[in-house]
Ligand binder design. Structure first.
Ligand SMILES: Cc1cc2nc3c(=O)[nH]c(=O)nc-3n(C[C@H](O)[C@H](O)[C@H](O)COP(=O)(O)OP(=O)(O)OC[C@H]3O[C@@H](n4cnc5c(N)ncnc54)[C@H](O)[C@@H]3O)c2cc1C
Length: 436
């Protein structure tokens, strides 16, 4: 019996228009100012700042540049922070809570300005984000949080009652929602390709398919051993996020890679797209394991993402789970075929905050917790300013102590299935309460 694939291709939809590829080979320069490990958004953005400041910069990537999360993501410019304001205040104090939230606003705006001033051709549109809620209590809470966002940060946000929901989304799955106008969508692989273009033009040397094997402090600098040879670097910046390997054992004990999966539909008829996504907004939901979804930049398909988890070990199960989620939201899509499905790694840490920190002289820019379209370029650049010793107007709220290590963990996230199960249970309970 032949097996009909769930999706036509197991590679990112984004690679059709912007394929990942190696950069032309360069001779290995043996002595540099800065060696960067990882050439995703964070590594390239940092390289750009450093090269423009006159530093000699070499970036190594074990894969093709961008082949990590930076060309695999949903392209939603969320810049979210997982812990809410109350949790941040409880854990770090009110000043930090305000600084973190303010930085989200600044970083989002920075990204939009950066795309414009650098002329990055990446299909960016500031279309807004609709977040659906599942019950009346949650709607009330969401409406209050829209008010707070507007009051505290001046972000335009408003609640959408159930009666008006269909103007935003053609589903009956929610009991209203909230709109934020400061979030949009871009083509993540085009954005990465454009970032690579300007980084190379600024003088960053990128070595693709060149894994860094070890980093050792050596007098006033570092000995960086790579698959292509050894380099001496005055400074080292680690931008490996969800793909961190044994070369960076200190970081590995502090970051948990979590697989995230996306599915994309075949092209849909224009009238169906107009019914399901009338405003072509980015979409999310207020659940622990909620989906995020959006139209593709040409407005012809729907892309939906969520956790890549399976209790059975069946490799098709995570794709089917997302497909079921899509059809639950939009029953009109019950017979739709999927054109693409793929996964990538995001990186969580214990307090779920992005981070810039230094340990034994190596600077790290990492921990974007699934929201790196805004955070990775921003945090990468802030880390570059740190390396330059540059006085900045306001120090990043994420520049503080390293995240705590995860107990009994050395790179194999054996505990993730239990955590995901716990989240699933919380979502089921919330749904049960909403239906009572
Ligand atoms: C499926 C999915 C959907 C997502 N959706 C969104 C979204 O809609 N919005 C959003 O804001 N964020 C989203 N994200 C998160 C976002 O993509 C990431 O946070 C961001 O791309 C991280 O960028 P980075 O440069 O830090 O890391 P990456 O792009 O992951 O790059 C890290 C690089 O380090 C390299 N590396 C690792 N170890 C070594 C070594 N020893 N030597 C050399 N190179 C090494 C890897 O090869 C890799 O290329 C999503 C992520 C995934 C996977």
């Amino acid at each position: 019996m032949t097996h009909t694939p769930i999706a036509d291709k197991n590679t990112p939809y984004w690679w059709e228009a912007a394929p990942v590829k190696p950069v032309p080979r360069q001779p290995l320069v043996r002595d540099v100012d800065v060696a960067i490990i990882g050439a995703g958004y964070a590594g390239l953005a940092a390289g750009l700042v450093l090269a423009r400041a006159g530093r000699s910069v070499v970036a190594f990537d074990a894969m093709n540049p961008g082949e990590g999360a930076s060309t695999r993501n949903g392209g939603i410019t969320s810049g979210s922070i997982r812990p809410d304001y109350a949790t941040l205040t409880r854990r770090f104090g009110e000043d930090t809570a305000i600084a973190v939230e303010t930085e989200g606003k600044i970083a989002r705006q920075f990204l939009y300005d950066f795309i414009k001033t650098e002329g990055l051709d990446c299909d960016f549109k500031l279309v807004g984000l609709f977040k659906g809620v599942i019950g009346h209590d949650e709607y009330e809470k969401t409406a209050r949080s829209a008010e707070t966002l507007a009051k505290r940060l001046g972000i335009e946000a408003y609640a959408v009652p159930y009666a008006e929901q269909q103007q935003y989304i053609g589903t009956d799955s929610y009991r209203g929602g909230m709109v934020r106008t400061d979030i949009g969508g871009l083509h993540p692989a085009k954005f990465h390709a454009e970032l690579l273009r300007v980084a190379l033009a600024s003088g960053v040397t990128v070595h693709a398919g060149t894994r860094v094997i070890s980093v050792t402090k050596d007098g006033s600098g570092f000995e960086v051993v790579t698959e292509a040879g050894t380099v001496r670097a005055r400074q080292v910046l680690a931008c490996t996020n969800g793909y961190t390997d044994k070369a960076l054992p200190y970081l590995r004990r502090r970051l948990v890679p979590v697989r995230s999966r996306i599915i994309v539909t075949q092209e849909l008829p224009p009238d169906l797209m107009a019914k399901l996504m009338p405003k072509q907004m980015m979409m999310g939901e207020g659940k622990q394991l909620g989906f995020y979804y959006r139209p593709t930049p040409d407005g012809k398909r729907i892309l939906l993402g969520g956790r890549d988890s399976s209790r059975t070990g069946d490799p098709d199960a995570p794709k089917l789970l997302l497909r079921r989620g899509l059809v639950d939201l939009f029953p009109d899509l019950k017979d739709v075929r999927l054109s693409h499905s793929w996964f990538g790694n995001v990186a969580m840490n214990r307090d779920m905050l992005p981070r810039i920190f230094e340990k034994d002289g190596v600077v790290y820019a990492t921990g974007f917790c699934g929201s790196g379209v805004v955070w990775a370029p921003w945090v990468g650049m802030q880390a570059a300013y740190k390396l330059l010793g540059k006085k900045v107007e306001r120090r990043s709220a994420f520049d503080f102590q390293p995240p705590a290590s995860v107990p009994f963990y050395n790179g194999n996230p054996w505990f993730m299935p239990a955590i995901i199960q716990g989240y699933r249970l919380q979502d089921r309970l919330a749904l049960y309460r909403a239906k009572r």
